[in-house]
Ligand binder design. Structure first.
Ligand SMILES: [Zn+2]
Length: 158
């Protein structure tokens, strides 16, 4: 029982200054299809996903201050977490008592890889190098190596 997009926007998202951009809107549509809430983050500069309430928290000032490529990367990453947590219920138990800034390495890495693949599936033309630019080393290099290897490899192996 999928809500209409209008109903979802009205009840399960905070009003925010969403970028008026077709690719960003595709990610909003994806959040709607995945039945995720979008709420304003109260933690400085932090975007994060809470699987218990199925909510992505968005650091609102980024929507105005950061370049579109950054927004696609970070929103894609959070949606990557949503699909990962859906596929791997054990991720929920492993992160239950952890702070959002202390996510296990493999879960964080997987969120980036799944996020990049989600962007690709949606036809959002973000180069692997551009996506990885916004990731801090040393994870940056690991993500880049995996996403440059192509979509057919290591989807379930990590
Ligand atoms: Zn993450």
């Amino acid at each position: 029982m999928q809500q209409s997009k209008e109903q979802w926007l009205a009840t399960r998202t905070d009003p925010m200054n969403w970028p008026n951009n077709e690719y960003f809107q595709l990610l909003i549509d994806k959040a709607w299809q995945l039945n995720v809430e979008l709420r304003s983050s109260k933690i400085h500069e932090l975007w994060y996903y809470r699987p218990d309430s199925r909510t992505i928290y968005i650091w609102e000032p980024d929507l105005i201050n950061e370049p579109l490529a950054y927004l696609l990367t970070v929103f894609g990453h959070e949606l990557g977490h949503v699909t990962d947590f859906d596929r791997h219920p054990e991720f929920v138990a492993r992160t239950k008592d952890l702070h959002y800034s202390n996510v296990p390495w493999d879960i964080e890495l997987s969120g980036f890889v799944s996020g990049f693949r989600l962007l690709s599936e949606l036809g959002i033309p973000l180069a692997p190098e551009t996506f990885a630019f916004f990731i801090a080393p040393p994870m940056q290099q690991q993500v880049l190596e995996i996403i440059q290897a192509g979509p057919q490899q290591s989807r379930e192996s990590a």
